[in-house]
Design a protein around this ligand. Structure first.
Ligand code: BTN
Length: 252
């Protein structure tokens, strides 16, 4: 396989594993070997699943939907920070029960985290940069199977909706949604996604505390700007945009 086209052109290249350390590593190795854009690796269980900021992502076998998707992006490197936001939009629009986005890309239902997104950029010495988009969805976990967390409590689609969901059908919807979103992003950048994000924004209008590398600050979330930054109205009335940081608490 050696198809460096930026978007999926033929049938989906899909790799399935009953169990693996992390689907991120399988897609990275496939991409380095020339796998086409849109390649997906999906598994029923990860033994070394990883999340953002060095966290682990754990799952009881056969319950979550976990996959990685290969994006061969062509936008300028400084625009790629918005990738994880547009992936959040695709996931939020595809899931039942109407989850909201908590910047940058946690998906939240009733104050519980139902899905997480990890985007890893790879810059090989001998081929163009690519992105590995990892998505983990707490689909059919029961309340006592939810993983312990040090931040947002976890929840699942089953816990919130009372019904098991068809993980294969959801994977199909998400794959198609990612194909379309990445094609649009490559053509027009993040601009067409700003309004879609605003419609799903679970922070806008809420008092928050934002943890930055050196300090925490409080304010009211206003929304995101065209660069995908979080705009916060501070207690002195000024507005400031943040490209990094983590929302620690939503106070109202
Ligand atoms: C986060 O919330 O911090 C991101 C979690 C991302 C988990 C998914 S599961 C599929 C893929 N493989 C991994 O090891 N991580 C991502």
């Amino acid at each position: 396989m050696d198809d460096a086209a930026p978007h999926r052109t033929g049938p989906r290249n899909i790799i399935t594993r009953a169990s693996c350390p992390s689907t991120q590593d399988i897609v990275r190795d496939e991409a380095l070997a020339g796998a086409p854009a849109g390649t997906i690796c999906v598994t029923d269980h990860q033994t070394a699943g990883r999340g953002r900021r060095g966290r682990t992502w754990s799952d009881p076998p056969g319950k979550a939907l976990m996959f990685s998707y290969l994006a061969r992006v062509t936008r300028a490197p400084e625009e790629l920070a918005t990738l994880s936001l547009l992936v959040g939009i695709v996931v939020a629009e595809s899931l039942p029960l109407g989850p909201r986005l908590r910047w940058p890309n946690d998906l939240v239902l009733n104050d519980g985290k139902v899905a997480g997104i990890l985007v890893e950029l790879v810059t090989p010495p001998d081929q163009p940069l690519f992105a590995i988009i990892g998505i983990g969805i707490n689909a059919n976990l029961t309340a006592d199977e939810l993983p312990p967390t040090d931040r947002l409590p976890a929840t699942s689609l089953l816990v919130e909706g009372g019904e098991e969901i068809d993980r294969i059908a959801l994977l199909d919807t998400l794959g198609t949604g990612l194909d379309a979103a990445l094609e649009l992003f490559d053509r027009e950048g993040f601009a067409p996604f700003v309004a879609r994000y605003a419609a799903l924004d679970g922070l806008a209008g809420h008092a928050i505390t934002l943890k930055l590398p050196q300090e925490s600050l409080s304010g009211t979330a206003v929304g995101i700007d065209t660069q995908g930054q979080l705009v916060v109205r501070l207690t002195d009335g000024s507005e400031q945009a943040f490209s990094a940081g983590e929302v620690e608490r939503v106070l109202d």
